[in-house]
Design a protein around this ligand. Sequence first.
Ligand SMILES: Nc1ncnc2c1ncn2[C@@H]1O[C@H](COP(=O)(O)OP(=O)(O)OP(=O)(O)O)[C@@H](O)[C@H]1O
Length: 219
Amino acid sequence: MQTPSTEIKEESPALIIDELVLHRQQHELLSLNETIKGGDILTIMGPSGSGKSTLLNWLTGMLPKGFSATGKLYLNGQHITDTASHLRRIGLLYQDPLLFPHLTVAGNISFAMPAGPKAQRQADISQALAQVGLGGLEQRNVQSLSGGQQARVALLRVLMSQPKAILLDEPFSKLDSQLRQETRQLVFDQIRQYKLPAIMVTHDQTDADAAQGKVIQLT
Ligand SMILES: Nc1ncnc2c1ncn2[C@@H]1O[C@H](COP(=O)(O)OP(=O)(O)OP(=O)(O)O)[C@@H](O)[C@H]1O
């Protein structure tokens, strides 16, 4: 007897990619079937053109024209394949911090936070900044920060938006090696602390090793 299909796949924190096949025009780009549990980091590697960005675009609900997909996406038990991008609660961290240059550190972080009493938001921001070694920099203009400091603000901006999953798109590639290692550790620690399912696209084997999770090599 066939099990009736259900919209609820799993209740504990997990991102489930169910029988995904991505096409560019008639050409199959990739297929994927994965469950990423909260706190786990799935690493995606592969040569230029293998479909890494396209996969991230599908996950965020922004597949460009010319591409099509079959398969389903579930986040913490909810079917979100057809959910609008801004309602998916999937945070994205890029290689560029993409901070708003005209806003302060606190302004950048609070921009992405859910609404709430101002004093509470300010206290939460100060606490988060202190946790990543940026205590007291609330009112600094982000343009006056170092690359590593900007990367940490970008991370906090994503985390404070309270995502339920996080995607990392070459997030450390602009940082020099010492800073790369430190920032990577911080990002991975936070992913584990918040039990977020994460997918990281990288060309760097040391990133993949540090993630300590499954590695998928696209071809
Ligand atoms: N907007 C687009 N229109 C048409 N084809 C595209 C578009 N974007 C990407 N492609 C093609 O789709 C395929 C997958 O590209 P994608 O950007 O996902 O690869 P990638 O693995 O992220 O590459 P890279 O490592 O260079 O970023 C490639 O053949 C690419 O040329």
